[in-house]
Design a protein around this ligand. Structure first.
Ligand code: ADP
Ligand code: GLC
Length: 491
C-alpha cells in the first residue's frame, strides 16, 4: 500500500509529545513490512537544511488568498532507508522556533495558515513526485485539512482512489479559531458549513477532519469509547457517535529501538530482566544527577510530563492536602521530576524543590534525562485526567519501573492493578482524580516497596516481559486502511 502520513511532528525531527513518537514508529513499522510510506511535515527552523536534500524547483501552494511558494527537502528516516520524510520549507510559516507556538504565545495566531500550507503542500508534493497514495493518514487537528481537501477539493486530480484516515491523538486540542481565519485555508467559503468547519460561529479543524475522513482512529480502545461520551468528548461526542461505525481504537506500541533498557545508549548502565544490576546503578546515577541523596533503600518516583492540566498536575503540585509537599514530608520517598509547560506549575515546582530535599526537578525538555528517569526510578507517577494512550507508562513497564496511574484511556488499557493476594498486576491504579487518591495510591506503592519486595520484583518482570511492539498495532492500521479503501471515496 502507498501511505502518506501528514503530521506537524515526527521524531527525530520535531517533537512536542507522544504524537511524534507514534507517527515515526508506525511509519517505520509499515515501511519495514514492505509498504510504500512517506511522511510529510514542516521544515521548522531547527531542522538543519544542510542535512537534507533539496528537491528541484519550487512548489506552488494555494493556501490563503493567493498562491504561495515553498521549497521541499527530503531525507531518509534514520534507521529506515526505505522511509522518506519530506519537509515543506516555507520560511514565513515555519522559519521560527516552536511547532504550534512558543512560551508566551502557546498558539501562533497564524496557525490556520501555517497548517493549511502543510496540507495543501502534501497534495502538491504527491503531484510533484507523480506518486499518488492509497491512503492519506492525517494526525490530529493540524493535519485535518488534508482529509477535507481529499473529500471536497482534490478528489478528481489524481487522488480518485485515495482514501483518508484521521488519527485523533488528543481530542483536547481541536484547532479552534475565529471565522476571520477561514480565508487562510485557501478553500471556498461554501466549505465553512459544507465541510463542517463551523463551530460556535468560528472554525474547528478537528470537527471538519472528523466529518471528512473515511475512517477515524484513536490511540487506545478505551479512549475510543470515552471520546463518544459527553464527559470525554470535548463537545465532539455527538459527531463521533454519529460516525461511530468508522471509529476504531488501536493501542500504540513502543519503539523498541529507542526504548529498550538492554540496548538504550542514553542510559549509563544497561540491563534486562535476567540481570537487573544495571538498574540499581542507573538509580544511583539518577539520584546523583538530580541532586538527591544517593540511597539504594529509598523508593524513587519519576515524573516526565508536559505540565498541562490533562496530566493531573494540579493534583500533584498545587498546594493542599495530599499533594507533593505532603508526600515528600510524610513518606520516606524521593521524587525525580522532568517537565515543562504551564508557568504556574513550573513556579510551584521550583518553590517545592527549594523546600524539599527529597524532590528534585528539571524544568525543560531533555530526552536523555527522560530515559534516565525511566531507568533509574522504582515507580512512575502519571495521574492523568484523561490519556488517549500515554507512552511513558509503557516505557516505564519496559524499564522495570512500576507505573502509578489513573484508570483512564490508554492507562486503563495497559496497566493492570496490583493484587496483594497473588502478586498479580503491573502497577498501581486508582479511579478518582483527587490529591487524596494520588497520595493514597503513592502511599500504597511505597508501602509495597518496603514490605512486599517479592511482589514488586514479580510485577517488574511481568512489565518488562510484556510485548509493546508495533507489529500488532501496524496490522490494526492496515485493517483500517483496507476498510477506508473499501468504503471508497465519499462518505
Ligand atoms: P503526551 O503526548 O500527551 O505528552 P505521551 O505519554 O504519549 O504523552 O508522550 C510523551 C512523550 O514526550 C514521551 O516520549 C516523553 O518521554 C516525552 N516527554 C514529555 N515531556 C518531556 C520532557 N520535559 N523532556 C523529555 N521528554 C519529554
Ligand atoms: C497524545 C496523547 C497521548 C498519546 C500520544 C501518542 O499526545 O496525549 O496519550 O500517547 O498522543 O498517540
Amino acid at each position: 500500500m502507498k501511505i502518506l502520513m501528514v503530521s506537524a511532528e515526527a521524531v527525530p525531527f520535531a517533537k512536542t509529545g507522544g504524537l511524534a513518537d507514534m507517527v515515526s514508529a508506525l511509519a517505520i513499522q509499515l515501511s519495514k513490512m514492505g509498504h510504500d510510506v512517506k511522511i510529510v511535515m514542516p521544515r521548522y527552523y531547527k531542522i538543519d537544511r544542510a542535512k537534507l536534500q533539496k528537491l528541484e524547483g519550487p512548489m506552488a501552494i494555494s493556501a490563503g488568498i493567493q498562491e504561495t511558494w515553498s521549497a521541499v527537502y527530503t531525507t531518509a528516516m534514520p534507521g529506515c532507508e526505505s522511509l522518506k520524510v519530506y519537509f515543506i520549507d516555507h520560511e514565513a510559516c515555519f522559519g521560527r522556533d516552536g511547532v504550534y507556538g512558543v512560551a508566551g504565545e502557546t498558539d501562533f495566531h497564524d496557525n490556520p495558515y501555517r497548517f493549511a500550507v502543510l496540507c495543501h503542500g502534501a497534495f502538491q508534493l504527491c503531484r510533484k513526485l507523480g506518486w499518488f497514495p492509497d491512503i492519506i493518514h492525517a494526525h490530529d487537528w493540524s493535519a485535518c485539512l488534508a482529509p477535507v481537501l481529499l473529500k471536497h477539493v482534490c478528489r478528481y486530480c489524481g487522488f480518485e482512489k485515495t482514501a483518508s484516515v484521521l488519527t485523533i491523538h488528543n481530542l483536547g486540542y481541536q484547532g479552534q479559531y475565529s471565522k476571520d481565519s477561514f480565508p487562510a485555508l485557501g478553500i471556498d467559503w461554501g466549505l465553512f458549513y459544507g465541510a463542517s468547519f463551523e463551530h460556535n460561529g468560528g472554525i474547528n479543524f478537528l470537527q471538519a477532519g472528523i466529518s471528512s475522513s473515511d475512517m477515524i482512529t484513536t490511540v487506545s480502545p478505551t479512549y475510543a469509547r470515552e471520546i463518544q461520551t459527553p464527559e470525554g468528548g470535548f463537545g465532539m461526542d455527538g459527531l463521533l457517535r454519529e460516525r461511530s461505525a468508522v471509529v476504531r481504537g488501536i493501542l500504540n506500541g513502543a519503539d523498541l529501538t529507542q526504548w529498550n533498557p538492554a540496548t538504550d545508549k542514553k542510559i549509563p548502565f544497561r540491563y534486562s530482566a535476567k540481570d537487573m544490576s544495571g538498574k540499581a546503578k542507573c538509580k544511583a546515577e539518577l539520584q546523583k544527577k538530580m541532586g538527591l541523596p544517593v540511597r539504594e533503600d529509598v523508593p524513587v518516583i519519576g515524573i516526565v510530563t508536559r505540565l498541562a492540566e490533562q496530566k493531573g498536575i494540579a493534583e500533584i503540585f498545587a498546594p493542599g492536602y495530599g499533594s507533593m509537599y505532603d508526600m515528600c514530608t510524610k513518606m520516606d520517598v524521593q521524587f525525580a521530576v522532568l517537565g515543562s509547560g504551564e508557568s504556574w506549575c513550573e513556579n510551584e515546582i521550583n518553590v517545592l524543590q527549594s523546600k524539599l530535599p527529597n524532590m528534585r526537578a528539571y524544568i525543560g525538555y531533555d530526552d536523555a534525562l527522560s530515559h534516565l528517569i525511566e531507568a533509574g526510578s522504582d515507580f512512575f507517577l502519571m495521574p492523568s485526567k484523561y490519556e488517549p494512550c500515554g507512552l511513558n507508562q509503557i516505557y516505564s513497564m519496559l524499564y522495570g519501573t512500576l507505573p502509578i496511574v489513573r484508570r483512564t484511556g490508554g492507562l486503563a488499557d495497559t496497566v493492570a492493578n496490583y493484587n496483594e493476594n497473588n502478586a498479580d498486576g503491573t502497577g498501581f491504579v486508582f479511579d478518582n482524580l483527587t490529591p487524596r487518591a494520588v497520595f493514597d495510591t503513592v502511599g500504597w506503592a511505597v508501602w509495597a516497596y518496603y514490605n512486599k519486595k517479592q511482589d514488586i520484583r514479580k510485577m517488574q518482570l511481568r512489565g518488562m516481559d510484556t510485548t509493546f511492539s508495533w507489529d500488532s498495532a501496524a496490522n490494526g492500521y492496515l485493517e483500517v486502511y483496507k476498510e477506508a479503501l473499501s468504503r471508497g471515496c465519499g462518505i
